[in-house]
Design a protein around this ligand. Structure first.
Ligand SMILES: CC(C)(COP(=O)(O)OP(=O)(O)OC[C@H]1O[C@@H](n2cnc3c(N)ncnc32)[C@H](O)[C@@H]1OP(=O)(O)O)[C@@H](O)C(=O)NCCC(=O)NCCS
Length: 153
């Protein structure tokens, strides 16, 4: 199973995976029609990347990573926006390969830090990230880091 970078023409494939991800967790999501042009823009933007495990049109999973300038390290700060493996294929190392490829991409850009937002009840995903070295306690501190969000409609 190989990891490949999506091209703008793959935007529809990514949009359908994104909707499948949201549906599995009963999360509200824009429709494929709305997401497809957004993913095309993101994939076309040097500050965004989508990785597939396996090949389109039926990849096994995907990761979405965005990059922004930061003063915390020389290169960009990476945000892992999405990581998803199709339900029947989990527990076979595909998520690990996608995460490793996302980290490799960040390091090639000179980045040194990756952020991930995880829902507290999603204990499977939390265990997965913790096993890969991610923490939710600031280094040297003892309180949990929290993510504050405000939506501006
Ligand atoms: C989290 C996820 C990407 C991991 O991918 P994966 O291919 O199953 O991961 P790997 O095979 O490399 O590693 C297996 C680990 O994934 C985690 N995991 C989370 N949900 C899992 C599931 N339903 N089945 C199997 N493993 C799962 C576990 O930590 C598991 O390790 P364990 O042996 O301690 O249970 C995948 O389970 C998934 O798509 N989950 C739903 C979407 C999600 O929660 N994404 C993260 C959002 S922040």
């Amino acid at each position: 199973m190989s990891i490949v970078s999506a091209v703008p023409e793959d935007a529809g494939v990514v949009a359908r995976l994104q909707v499948a991800f949201a549906d599995e967790f009963d999360s509200p999501t824009p429709s494929v029609d709305v997401l497809e042009p957004r993913f095309r823009r993101l994939i076309s933007d040097p500050a965004g990347t989508v990785l597939f495990a396996g090949s389109p049109p039926e990849p096994d999973g995907y990761a979405v990573v965005t990059f922004r300038p930061t003063v915390y390290c020389e290169g960009p700060l990476a945000v892992l926006d999405e990581l998803y493996v199709r339900p029947g294929l989990r527990g076979r190392g595909i998520g690990t390969k996608l995460l490793a490829a996302a980290i490799d991409d960040m390091r090639r850009r000179g980045g040194g830090e990756m952020h991930i937002n995880v829902d507290e009840p999603d204990t499977g995903a939390r265990r997965f990230y913790e096993r890969h070295g991610f923490v939710n306690i600031e280094f040297g501190g003892d309180g949990r880091m929290l993510c504050y969000i405000r939506e501006f409609g």
